[in-house]
Design a protein around this ligand. Structure first.
Ligand SMILES: [Zn+2]
Length: 576
């Protein structure tokens, strides 16, 4: 054993480091000497004799570890001690993989801010989950706030999609509102900006505004009198002015390098009925403006959202209106390989009928993911595992599937599905009433299958077995292959006992049902083109007890994969 000058072996030194990292990760990045010490002594009881040396090593390491950021701690742990899976232990202790929040004094409030202009997707779900977990962790309030101030984009059905999807994920919100119900309050704040000279009414056409914004030049309306601004503003609200005639612009900085500060629009006329307020209002605030006001009204303390928003602009408006500061933590969008969440890329697939709809199991919508057999708890655990990052990152579905598989395994009945079947005739087969449990370890019940000598087995496996090979029909007995024809395999009954290393195959009797399994794949290829083979249909036979399953139930087809019952004759493959 290698030893250092303090007499501790490399193994002990590694134990000290590993336990210091683990302890720090469980306590907001601060490890505690005593706790680490007792873990190390627990692993190496013989060290009691040299407790002093161990204590010194622990103190040294804890000091170093406590100076590191949580992200670095996690990275170091993964790199050096990948076997020390920190996530399950954190979960046991009711802790999560998300770092502690700054500025957590007083009552905290968070928000889920969907724009009801499309169906909820897994990216929303993961972002919502982060807010929800923090709200729970810090005993804060959670708002579900519909950012519905563009009547041209919002639709009634989308509001419900977000409510339903959030409920499915187990997210509990304390308050709910639609920003469209606050228009008159938003008008008051707009008027405050106008009356204090921080905004003005501009009648330039769009092309001119664009040009001037690009060159950093102010238009003539910027210096217009307060009376004139107010007159136009009132004309907009009373519908004297139509769409495109005037907009209200914030007086920002026309020469700022941040273009979002070059006098952005904060109100515009949109002549389109709104699903909630009808045609009552036609002056609508822009997103950046309403969000600043709404965060103040909802007393939001922490904003955790994807980084595609104009922070400096929102900060400027907050200053103009003397609003409380808000702690903003941004993360990059949650993207999955081959499955974009952007409506721009998904809508054409729906319109061209390349998918069956927004709830197609290939779609990243919450409905699609649910139909595929992903558990809400898997999305939660996956979110906590990956935490959040500011760097653009495409997640691989296999990571989510791994979490899902772990959760599904003890819960799912195991049935036999035979893809692409071929008949099997077993000579001298004993007639058996086989009682087969649905799960090898968990008590999920059992079914009884009466067998004769006639079966269906997967063609690929059967044809691969040479004459003379002994195969085990799962949970039944062993047979020895005699011969093969195009549509029939003949075999001889061999023995009952499990023989080590015998290939196992699943089977069904002639009491079977036809079943098709849909296997979803990525919607887009790596080169960005549409994947025309994103759905593979496998036809086969399933054992009779399949008809006892409930719609939506998730089961495991042995030697095939986890599937969700989608219709009486159809399953969707979640993953292998
Ligand atoms: Zn102008």
């Amino acid at each position: 054993m290698v030893t250092r000058e303090d007499g501790l072996s490399e193994n002990v030194v590694a134990s000290v480091e590993r336990n210091a990292l683990l302890n720090a990760l469980r306590h907001d990045g601060k490890a505690e000497v005593g706790a680490v010490m007792s873990k190390v002594i627990g692993e190496y009881p013989e060290l009691r004799a040299s407790a002093k040396e161990v204590a010194r090593a622990v103190e040294e390491r804890v000091k170093e570890v406590n100076a590191m950021t949580v992200e670095n701690l996690r990275a170091l742990l993964r790199e050096r001690y990948p076997e020390a899976d920190v996530a399950p232990r954190e979960r046991e202790e009711g802790r999560v993989g998300l770092p502690p929040l700054p500025n957590v004094k007083g009552a905290l409030a968070f928000r889920l801010p969907p724009e009801p202009s499309g169906f909820m997707h897994i990216g929303h779900g993961m972002a919502f989950m982060i807010n929800s977990v923090y709200a729970e962790k810090y005993d804060g309030k959670l708002w579900l706030r519909f950012e519905d101030t563009n009547p041209r984009k919002v639709e009634t059905r989308y509001y419900e999609s977000f409510r339903e999807g959030s409920r499915w994920l187990g997210i509990k919100w304390d308050y709910e509102k639609s920003v469209s119900s606050d228009l008159e309050i938003l008008y008051e704040y707009g008027q405050t900006l106008l009356s204090e000279g921080n905004a003005y009414a501009c009648g330039c056409d769009e092309a001119k505004v664009k040009k001037l914004r690009f060159s950093g030049t102010a238009c003539e309306h910027r210096e217009q009198s307060f009376e004139k601004n107010l007159e136009i503003w009132n004309g907009m609200i009373s519908k004297k002015y139509g769409e495109g005639e005037y907009v209200i612009r914030l007086r920002g900085d026309m020469t700022s390098l941040d273009y979002s500060l070059r006098d952005p629009n904060i109100f515009r006329v949109i002549e389109h009925p709104h699903p909630l307020t009808g045609s009552r209002y036609s002056v609508w605030p822009t997103y950046d403006f309403e969000v600043v006001v709404e965060d103040e009204l909802c007393k939001i303390t922490h904003v955790l959202r994807s980084s595609e928003f104009h922070l400096a602009l929102q900060e400027l408006m907050r200053g103009f209106l003397s609003f409380r500061p808000v702690t903003v933590l941004q993360f990059s969008r949650f993207n999955f390989k081959g499955t974009p969440v952007s409506k721009r890329l998904l809508r054409p697939l729906v319109e061209k009928k390349l998918v069956s709809g927004w709830d197609d199991p290939r779609m990243p919508t919450v409905e699609g993911v649910k139909r595929r057999g992903i558990l809400p708890e898997s999305i939660k655990q996956f979110t906590l595992q990956v935490g959040y990052t500011k760097t653009e990152h495409e997640y691989d579905w296999s990571l989510l599937f791994a979490v899902n598989r772990k959760l599904l395994d003890p819960l799912s009945k195991r049935l036999m599905f035979v893809p692409d079947p071929i008949a099997l005739h077993v000579k001298d087969a004993p007639s058996k009433r086989a009682r087969i449990p649905y799960h090898p370890e968990k008590d999920l019940g059992s079914r009884t299958i009466q067998t004769s000598g006639f079966f269906f087995v997967p063609k690929r496996d059967a044809l691969a077995a040479k004459a003379g090979t002994v195969l085990r029909l799962i949970e039944l007995y062993n047979v020895q292959v005699l011969g093969k024809k195009t549509n029939l395999i003949t075999a001889q009954f061999h023995s009952e006992e499990v023989i080590h290393d015998t290939p196992k195959i699943q089977w069904v009797t002639d009491l079977k049902t036809k079943l098709k399994v849909l296997e979803p794949g990525p919607l887009y290829n790596e080169d960005g083109s549409v994947n025309r083979k994103s759905l593979v249909t496998t036809k086969g036979l399933v054992e009779e007890s399949f008809s006892d399953l409930k719609m939506g139930q998730i089961i495991q087809f042995m030697r095939y994969g986890f599937c969700r019952v989608d219709a009486r004759d159809t399953c969707v493959l979640a993953h292998r």
